[in-house]
Structure formats: structure tokens, C-alpha cells
Design a protein around this ligand. Structure first.
Ligand code: ATP
Ligand code: MG
Length: 458
């Protein structure tokens, strides 16, 4: 087998594993995703092997292996610095929970094994000699750019409801169409999605949103009606999702996954708090969750700034600048710059989509500053644009309390006060003043300013 899309070391090591199985009298093939991706000219990240050898025979043959899923016939073989899932030919039956088979039987014929696989494009195998076994015409479907179930779609989705999301994920990531019968089967079985663990569902949806064609995936999710049928909350209607898809047309331009989620949640009209709750319910890892919520918090801070400053006032710009800097300090520069990128993407979508009508009554499209540069004459034309906010951010003299040339300890000494909540407030006021360039970041000047602020308080 001549691999062009796999790292050569990986292909070589897999060849060694196959050769060892053949030499021991077994059959062994490359199978599934690696062949699909090779035939599509997409990078191959891992190689799965299927074999007639029983798991204990595989274990006996390879000194370095991990019994990953013995009951299902899977052994992970470590070879040449790579790891390969080697699975015994098997059939499955009795999917009582619409996810996992109750019975797995090892079989002698590789075609039986291919039959249990989800889609024709994933049911191809190939020997080391390069001869392909493709009983369900997966190679043809790759050419037709079509996702088609192996066998009767309705049954296949009933057996394992996760396949419905895999179907949408493959169609989205590969930008493929879905065969009519497959789609019909999906629509008939979509209520079964309620049986799927939240983490499984999330990981498919992550791959859709973070993949190369997120809009295609959102369109399919919308038309399938899958999202509201899962275990995790999805508090929007199809209409909301359609509008959000239009408003987030720039998703694919965002490289950072965190910003894609922020744009999507923004387009869905979600507050930072709601987004946080939702991402938690969807079991996003904590770091991802707080990163996304922080971006939305910057938006909220900026909306509040716009509401507070009456932008038609001549002095508004200075006030807005100060409030922006305060938001950057409160939520971090990364979140602030992230928000500007998101706002820009949302602005582009609004500019090119007639359906992206703002719905301010739900707070759905309060772009704040982003709205300014596209709004017509007579509207808030004096608002700072994104470029202006970027330069405010870039010009900030310091970013955090750690850089401030005065410590809490010095302040309590100079003001002769016990530490208390006042101290944090004062430090942050000094930080804002220094970051905004109103006062130099100099120990003596800051201490004087602190004394002045303290006197004014009294
Ligand atoms: P990728 O790794 O890019 O997600 P893949 O096709 O390798 O794609 P895996 O989840 O690694 O997907 O699964 C390996 C193979 O196992 C698939 O190609 C498919 O043949 C089979 N498979 C995986 N999940 C299922 C499922 N839920 N139902 C039936 N077959 C499946
Ligand atoms: Mg895989």
C-alpha cells in the first residue's frame, strides 16, 4: 500500500504490524478513516487495523501493546513510536441503549466487519498489497461526495444514535451531501439522540463548529432538528438558530475555536452568564468555558459603556476610551482582543446578509462599537470603531496589578490604614489611571495620587 497522506514513519510502522499478523497466518487490513482520508487527499492522522486474529493472538504477537477494549476486540499495538488500534473482525447486536452493542461476536470474514461500520466511506479496507475491499462502494461515494449509511439508515441510527451526529459532522467537515435515504432515516430516528451522553454529543458538535465548514454543519443541524433533542439544554428555536447562523457567517474566518464559540453564542443572543451555564451543561472543559465567557463579558462591559456615555456628547470619546481600558483590565487583553475580532466578524456578516437584522429587544445583536462603522448617517456615527479600540488597547501602558509600581503593602503603610476591601478598589483605580496614561507608573507619583484619592473619599 502506497500512502501519500500519512507520515511515512507511521505508514512504515503500520506495515510492520500487518506483516507480523500475516506471517502468523492471520489476515490484516488498514480500515476506516485512514483510507477515507487517503483517498480524499486529506492528511491521515492515525491508522486503524482490522484483523482475523483474536485479541489474545494479537497480544501474544506484540510485546508492547495495551488491551484497550478487549471485550470489543480492540488491542492498541505500540510500534516504531506509533500506536495502532488493532481490532478483531466482529459483528455487533442488541443495542438496547441506542448506543452500545450488548453482544459482540468475532467473525471470520472481513466483509462482515465492514458491514457493522457506520458509513460507506468508513467501510473500506485495504491490504498491504494495495488491493481494496469495498463491498459498499465507499470509494464511489467519496467521488460523489456523499455520506451514506451502510445498510438501512433507519436501523443503523436506531442501533447507535450517535451516528446521526457523526453523519452531520462528516457532511460538514468534508463538505459532503447526505444521501436521501440516510437523511430520511436520520429524521425518523432523531428523537433517539436523547440516549447519547452529553460529552459524545459535544465532541461531535465541537468538530462541526471548529471544522472547515461550520456553516454547512449549522445548516444541517438546523434542518435535522437534532440539537434540541439531545440530553443537554438547547434553549433556542430553529428560527433562532437560523438567524444566528446568518449572523455568524464569518465563523470559518476565525482561527481560534474560543472565538468561534463566542461568535456563535453572541449571534444566539446569549449573555455571558447564560453562555457559561450552557457550556457547563454541555460539559465543556473549564478553561474553554471561561475563555469563551470572558469574551462575552467584554462585550457586556462595552455595551454598558455605550449605554453610560451618551455618545453624542463631545467628551464621550475620552470616557469610552477609559471604560474600554477598564474592561480590558477586568477581563484580560486576550478576551478584549478576542471580542474585537468577533465583533468584526459579526459586522462583516451583518454587512453581507439581509437576514442579520439586529434584535436589540433580546440583546441578540448588540454589537456596540462594531455596529458603529457600518451604521448609516445620523446613527451613532461618532462611536469609536474597532480600529480605534484596537489602538486604545495597544497603547495601554500596563495590563495588570503585577506591573503597577506600587504594592498594597506600601499603600496601607502610607495611608496608615488596615487592609480591607478599600485596598483592592484603590489599587484598581491606580491601575486604570496608569494604564490609561493619566499618571506615570512611578512609585512616588502613585503614592501621592493614592493619598489624593483617599482624601477625596473622605
Ligand atoms: P476520525 O478519526 O477522523 O473521527 P474515523 O472514521 O477514523 O474518523 P473513528 O471514530 O476513529 O472515526 O472510528 C474508526 C472507524 O470505526 C470508522 O471509520 C468507522 O468505520 C467505525 N466507527 C466509528 N464509530 C462508529 C459508530 N458509531 N458506528 C459504526 N461504526 C463506527
Ligand atoms: Mg479515527
Amino acid at each position: 500500500m502506497k500512502w501519500t497522506m500519512a507520515p511515512s514513519g507511521m505508514a512504515e510502522a503500520a506495515g510492520v504490524v500487518i506483516a507480523a499478523l500475516l506471517a502468523d497466518g492471520h489476515e490484516a487490513f488498514f480500515v476506516g478513516g485512514c483510507l477515507r482520508d487517503e483517498l480524499l487527499g486529506r492528511p491521515v492522522h492515525d491508522m486503524d487495523l482490522t484483523t482475523s486474529a483474536l485479541p489474545e493472538e494479537v497480544i501474544a504477537l506484540f510485546p508492547r501493546c495495551v488491551p484497550t477494549g478487549l471485550a470489543h476486540g480492540t488491542v492498541t499495538v505500540l510500534q516504531g513510536g506509533h500506536s495502532f488500534e488493532v481490532t478483531t473482525y466482529r459483528t455487533e447486536s442488541g443495542y438496547a441503549d441506542h448506543r452500545r452493542p450488548e453482544h459482540v461476536s468475532f467473525v471470520r470474514d472481513v466483509k462482515e466487519d465492514l458491514r457493522r461500520r457506520d458509513f460507506t466511506i468508513n467501510a473500506i479496507c485495504c491490504g498491504q498489497d494495495g488491493v481494496m475491499i469495498d463491498p459498499f462502494h465507499g470509494a464511489r461515494d467519496l467521488q460523489l461526495r456523499l455520506i451514506r449509511c451502510v445498510g438501512k439508515a433507519e436501523e443503523r441510527f436506531d442501533e447507535d444514535a450517535l451516528r446521526m451526529l457523526r453523519c452531520v459532522r462528516f457532511a460538514s467537515v468534508l463538505d459532503f451531501a447526505i444521501a436521501k435515504n440516510t437523511w430520511r432515516g436520520l429524521l425518523r430516528q432523531r428523537d433517539k439522540l436523547a440516549h447519547i451522553a452529553v460529552e459524545r454529543m459535544r465532541s461531535e458538535i465541537e468538530r462541526i463548529v471548529e471544522g472547515p465548514h461550520p456553516q454547512r454543519g449549522l445548516g444541517l443541524l438546523l434542518r435535522s432538528g437534532l440539537l434540541p433533542r439531545g440530553k443537554a439544554p438547547f434553549p433556542w428555536t430553529g428560527r433562532d438558530l437560523a438567524a444566528a447562523a446568518a449572523r455568524s457567517a464569518g465563523l470559518a474566518d476565525l482561527q481560534d475555536a474560543r472565538l468561534r464559540w463566542a461568535l456563535l453564542l453572541h449571534a444566539l443572543g446569549s449573555s455571558a452568564d447564560t453562555a457559561g451555564e450552557l457550556l457547563r451543561a454541555w460539559k465543556f472543559p473549564g478553561a474553554a468555558l471561561s475563555g469563551i465567557a470572558a469574551v462575552l463579558r467584554v462585550r457586556e462591559a462595552w455595551d454598558a459603556a455605550l449605554a453610560a456615555e451618551a455618545p453624542e456628547d463631545p467628551g464621550a470619546s475620552a470616557g469610552l476610551r477609559r471604560r474600554w481600558i477598564a474592561a480590558v483590565l477586568a477581563h484580560g487583553r486576550s478576551a478584549a482582543e478576542g471580542w474585537l475580532t468577533v465583533a468584526e466578524a459579526a459586522e462583516r456578516a451583518a454587512g453581507c446578509s439581509a437576514t442579520a437584522t439586529p434584535t436589540p429587544e433580546r440583546g441578540a445583536f448588540s454589537l456596540g462599537a462594531a455596529a458603529a462603522s457600518t451604521s448609516g448617517p445620523g446613527s451613532k456615527a461618532s462611536l469609536p470603531g474597532i480600529a480605534q479600540m484596537r489602538s486604545w488597547t495597544a497603547e495601554m501602558r500596563l495590563q495588570s496589578l503585577g506591573e503597577l509600581a506600587v504594592s498594597g503593602h506600601e499603600l496601607t503603610a502610607v495611608l496608615d490604614k488596615r487592609p480591607g476591601p478599600w485596598l483592592g478598589v484603590l489599587l484598581n483605580r491606580l491601575l486604570l489611571a496608569a494604564a490609561a496614561g493619566e499618571i506615570a507608573n512611578d512609585n512616588q507619583l502613585l503614592l501621592q495620587e493614592a493619598q489624593r484619592m483617599d482624601r477625596d473619599e473622605e
